[in-house]
Design a protein around this ligand. Structure first.
Ligand code: GLY
Length: 405
């Protein structure tokens, strides 16, 4: 019964208002996926021509593609997108490209200097392992989880996001002792997979401890979250609640809210714990009912910037949110599930419209336009971002799976 309602709703998203979506459900989503496949194909052709594993992340100030190193937090997204395109098309050419790009970032498995090893390795090797069980991927996943576990601080019960031991670093200058950013929730999926792969429950327990502390300390009563919480290493006392990338300490930075929604939805999936599901629903309500959410449901970069509506959107936040809401609609057994799916459908309809979806061969071969990386630093403002494309393609794939069930 629930499936039928969700499916009926799904038909609505794929109907005509979108540029790529034209006639009916399956054919419309296929057209959008075909477009993404062709657009990303232009980038893989450029990589083949260059004969080196260039890893595209965004555009620089001159409007040229900028590439990242394996140790950059974004290095797993382009390989991960290639894995999704393999999953969507079944074409072995995509698997070959995905393996090439995935292997090129293997050295990140020993990264212990920041928390993003989870993002990097799970989006690339995690998807590769799920789809191909390629040789050595399992060991890379477990090694990466070991690296992330080195950042667990037992006194505080959290994985420390950023280092503060260099007094000249901007994080140390903020006076932080053990800063945790909400984005860190996204690293926890690696820990669950590592426990499944190794049988060692340490990783699972670290993920649960981190998620519990975050749930307790990082959220406001309305369901929004702080970007940064700084803990005392000795006993986990909260020292500061602040922001780094948001407009203000008390504001709701759009992508941070999307990471929180995705993170707690993933926690509900991995543990079956109702507390995480309720938290995900609370965050979803905050976002879906927000008076400053634009009509097309693609948020401005921060819900509280006084510059709204004369500031930039963040398509990446909408893509992350849509993907999370689709998953939430499948986990939640309540009558609210259909609303989560309908909202995600609206977001995907907007993202698939000419306003956000690139024209073929433009946008330096990225799929989506109009994301914002770090507004206050003047960095990556109103540009394409590799993670916007990754979560957009993931969301399309999640919808496709619902149609095909
Ligand atoms: N994790 C960094 C960001 O969302 O910008």
């Amino acid at each position: 019964m629930k499936k039928n309602i969700l499916k009926t709703l799904l038909l609505a998203v794929l109907l005509p208002t979108a540029s790529v979506a034209q006639s009916d459900d399956a054919s419309s989503i296929s057209k959008t996926i075909d477009f993404a496949t062709k657009q990303v194909g232009l980038e893989t052709a450029a990589i083949q021509k260059a004969k080196k594993p260039l890893n595209p992340v965004t555009l620089n100030k001159k409007g040229e593609v900028s590439y990242c190193s394996p140790y950059d937090w974004r290095s797993g997204f382009f390989p991960g997108t290639l894995w999704y395109l393999y999953e969507l098309t079944g074409d072995e050419q995509w698997a070959k490209q995905a393996e090439y790009m995935t292997t090129s970032i293997e050295s990140a498995k020993t990264l212990t200097s920041h928390h993003d090893v989870g993002f990097i390795i799970n989006c690339s090797f995690g998807n590769g392992l799920r789809l191909k069980n390629a040789k050595g991927y399992k060991d890379v996943m477990v090694q990466a989880a070991k690296s992330l576990a080195t950042r667990f601080r037992p006194g505080a019960g959290v994985i420390q996001s950023w280092n503060v031991n260099n007094p000249n670093s901007w994080q140390a200058k903020r006076g932080w002792e053990c800063p945790v950013i909400i984005d860190n929730m996204m690293n926890l999926e690696l820990m669950f997979k590592a426990t499944q792969l190794s049988g060692d429950s340490t990783y699972y327990r670290i993920a649960v401890s981190h998620a519990d502390q975050t749930l307790k300390n990082q959220f406001r009563p309305d369901g929004s979250c702080y970007h940064v919480v700084d803990y005392a290493l000795r006993d986990g006392a909260v020292r500061h609640k602040q922001t780094a990338q948001g407009y203000a300490d008390e504001s709701a930075w759009a992508r941070g809210q999307a990471w929180a929604l995705y993170g707690y939805t993933m926690m509900a999936r991995e543990t079956g714990d109702d507390a995480y599901l309720q938290q995900a629903k609370h965050i979803a309500l905050f976002l879906m009912n927000h008076p400053r959410m634009p009509e097309d449901k693609v948020p401005y970069w921060d819900f509280d910037t006084p510059d709204i509506p004369n500031t930039t959107r963040d398509a990446s936040a909408a893509a992350i949110m849509a993907s999370a809401l689709i998953e939430l609609s499948q986990i939640d057994q309540s009558s609210e599930a259909a609303g989560y799916l309908a909202y995600a459908e609206d977001q995907l309809r907007s993202l698939s419209s000419p306003e956000y979806l690139a024209e073929a061969g433009t946008n330096c071969n990225f799929v989506l336009k109009h994301s914002t990386g770090y507004f206050k630093a003047g960095s990556e403002v109103d540009v394409p971002l590799s993670y916007a494309d990754y979560y957009y393609v993931e969301a399309l794939m999640r919808l496709k799976k619902i149609i095909e069930e």
